[in-house]
Write a protein that binds this ligand. Structure first.
Ligand SMILES: [Ca+2]
Ligand SMILES: [Ca+2]
Length: 97
């Protein structure tokens, strides 16, 4: 069970680790996986953003992903102490609607 949780949490990184993150409108398997990961990330991001300011504090991140909260500084690229959408997903190829 714990392994499954870690795998799901690590999935966006596995995707981001490739040189090219699949576009959401891409056809075939890469596109399907991208859309699944995107929808999950979107759900997590919106659920975590308790004060609806479009950015996640470390406490907000912890509510959906303790793993990301633990490595918060690595995700917080501009070091402002908050994760915006692109920092949360780890790349800038998918837009938050
Ligand atoms: Ca927030
Ligand atoms: Ca930031």
């Amino acid at each position: 069970m714990r392994t499954a949780v870690i795998l799901v949490a690590a999935l966006p990184f596995a995707v981001a680790a490739q040189t090219i993150v699949p576009q959401l409108d891409q056809s075939g398997r890469p596109g399907e996986i991208a859309r699944l990961v995107y929808e999950k990330a979107l759900k997590q991001f919106d659920q975590a953003d308790a004060d609806h300011n479009g950015k996640l504090s470390v406490d907000e991140v912890r509510t959906v992903s303790p793993f990301k909260a633990q490595s918060f500084a690595q995700f917080d690229k501009d070091g402002d102490g908050l994760l915006d959408w692109n920092e949360f997903v780890g790349h800038d190829r998918w837009q938050h609607p």
